[in-house]
Design a protein around this ligand. Sequence first.
Ligand SMILES: Cc1cc2nc3c(=O)[nH]c(=O)nc-3n(C[C@H](O)[C@H](O)[C@H](O)COP(=O)(O)OP(=O)(O)OC[C@H]3O[C@@H](n4cnc5c(N)ncnc54)[C@H](O)[C@@H]3O)c2cc1C
Length: 307
Amino acid sequence: MISRTDFELSIDRPLPRRRATVADAPALSALTTLGVGGPADVLCRPADARGVRRALAAARAEGSRWRVIGRGSNLVVDDAGVDGWVLDLRRLRALVVQDDGRVVAGAGLPTATLLGETRRRGLGGLECLVGYPATVGGAVRMNAGGRWGVVGARVASVVAIDRVGNVHTFDRAACRFGYRTSALADHVIVEVHLRLPRVDGVAYRRAVEEIHREKASRQPLCLPSAGCMFRNPDGISAGLLVDRAGLKGRRRGGAQISEVHGNFVVNRGGATASDVLGLVDDARSAVARVHGVDLTLEVEIWRRRAT
Ligand SMILES: Cc1cc2nc3c(=O)[nH]c(=O)nc-3n(C[C@H](O)[C@H](O)[C@H](O)COP(=O)(O)OP(=O)(O)OC[C@H]3O[C@@H](n4cnc5c(N)ncnc54)[C@H](O)[C@@H]3O)c2cc1C
């Protein structure tokens, strides 16, 4: 069987005519932190914004759907993979840091690099990004953060490409940041402009280390996961609800509801998406039965469209 999967297709070179076979198809499991999921029809790694526009045009020309993957840390990709094009933006890693606190970061830059490099230059304000893997684009799209603030608060503007290839600059108000949401969902973020405060380096470093320690004591950071599976219903911890419904530690295949934090499903080795999604269903039904609360997913599930 011939699939339309192109391995490591670099879109800044001419599009290859050859399509690889299914056997060559790289599973998206390698591109997600949970480590589950099958291949995409087409996986491409644009090197710059021009490459992103070319990829979108090519997907549009063949009537295919497209999606963007950052660090894959908020995704559960189905075992059958996904239809259409997946744009992996990790090559967009530019970073410019100015002493006055203005920072420009490529969408594919790891947030850990952003945090480290800005801290080295005496800039702070990114405590909200400590303790989890992400790209700058993914974090901004999700308005990632938590108890220590949200990244949207540090954004000055975002450069993003819409589905027909037009480039837009969104100021912070236009991004409409909310709880794990933004108005950037139908766009490909290529560049983020931040405004960061100058800070006392020693105090900031201590604060960052303390947040790391605190997270490591509460979350199963040593095992692959996609972070919290469910949003916290108003004022309640979803993890606590799962825990009190007696689901902590439940296993399906290689997946387990973490014994450390009830809102994390971890991959203990060899987990499949169906193991993970089975546990998600178990947790939802138990919490609905025991607490009368309908949990909403925080992670995104990527599936093939039914044909
Ligand atoms: C151990 C662990 C702890 C976590 N803790 C937290 C936490 O405390 N707070 C929190 O908010 N999250 C947390 N997360 C979840 C996750 O890290 C964040 O949601 C993160 O922002 C996702 O970034 P990403 O680059 O991995 O995006 P992905 O997971 O790859 O993608 C997430 C969504 O963003 C879209 N996207 C990605 N890049 C772009 C782009 N350039 N342009 C447009 N859309 C894009 C994707 O299409 C998808 O819809 C945690 C995850 C893990 C594994």
